[in-house]
Design a protein around this ligand. Structure first.
Ligand code: 6PG
Length: 270
């Protein structure tokens, strides 16, 4: 059984930076699905559980696993509400759409109720309008949020080779928006306009679950975890390093390839 690894993360002295290393991409997806199931089932009955989902291939695999048994039969679909962390501003149904990916992997396969998902509306005239509309929907959905900032029960994040997370790219203006919950950016692959949750919103979350897979991410994962353990290393050049929940926890789930540069004391075998 893995245990939390003590770190000096920005969440105060001694808060754990938890790093679980899984033997394969399949085990990573199963660990991710299991974690989301664990979070949802531990919530009090009658309480809606809010989970925000990123795009990307690693998250994609986790969603497909969650929508399949054994998780499909156990997950409390009726009281979970899924949201989007970020979206490419492409027409609904476009193959590059994160919403389409979430629909294909999760919403079309699991008994998610109609009101169980709310995402970015890319049928609006532009990314700014979509960001403002999504932010308004979020604020309405969390009317009693402390300081007006919704606190998600869990946020699933990927990490790009360039250190981006969500659609917060190195040097992105959305990194510095202090008041907005949802911003816009451009970049990434595909290099299109994006709508994304901001750090203000992400860092209000109770639980961040990073999913990182593949040898190509080894260097960036090392650097992001180093920054989670030593805040002095956090930088807008490495946006994922700026995700540090103010009153929450960050969990890294990585496969062995992505974790290959992590010192033993940073990691626990999955
Ligand atoms: C997106 C994602 C993005 C993604 C990372 C990791 O819209 O592309 O939100 O942040 O999660 O780029 O993606 P991979 O797991 O495919 O490397």
């Amino acid at each position: 059984m893995a245990h939390a690894v003590k770190g000096s993360g920005s969440r105060g002295e001694g808060d754990p930076v938890r790093v679980f290393v899984l033997s394969s991409p399949g085990e990573l997806a199963r660990a991710a699905a299991g974690r989301l199931w664990g979070i949802a089932k531990e919530m009090p009955e009658g309480r809606t559980v809010h989970i925000a989902l990123s795009g990307g291939e690693t998250p994609r695999r986790a969603y497909g696993t969650l929508a399949a048994d054994p998780y499909r039969a156990r997950f409390p679909w009726g009281r979970v509400r899924f949201w989007q962390v970020d979206e490419r501003f492409v027409p609904p149904g476009d193959p590059r759409s994160n919403r389409r990916m979430i629909e294909e992997t999760l919403l079309s396969r699991a008994p998610v109720p109609e009101e169980g998902f709310r995402g970015v509306d890319t049928a609006l005239p532009g990314p700014d309008e979509a960001a403002r509309e999504y932010e308004a929907v979020l604020r309405r959905a969390f009317p009693d949020a402390p300081g007006g900032i919704p606190r998600f029960d869990a946020v699933v994040l990927g990490v790009g080779k360039d250190g981006h997370t969500a659609s917060l790219f190195p040097g992105s203006g959305a990194l510095s928006s202090a008041r907005e919950l949802v911003g816009t950016s451009t970049g990434g692959d595909p290099p299109v306009s994006r709508v994304t949750m901001t750090l203000s919103l992400l860092n209000a979350a109770s639980r961040i679950v990073f999913l990182v897979q593949g040898g190509g991410k080894a260097r960036v994962l090392h650097d992001v975890i180093a920054a989670a353990r030593d805040p002095a290393l956090r930088s807008p050049a490495l946006p994922a390093s700026l995700v540090a929940p103010r009153r929450g926890s960050a969990l890294f789930l990585a496969d062995a390839e992505a974790a290959r540069l992590l010192p033993p004391e940073w990691r626990t075998a999955g």
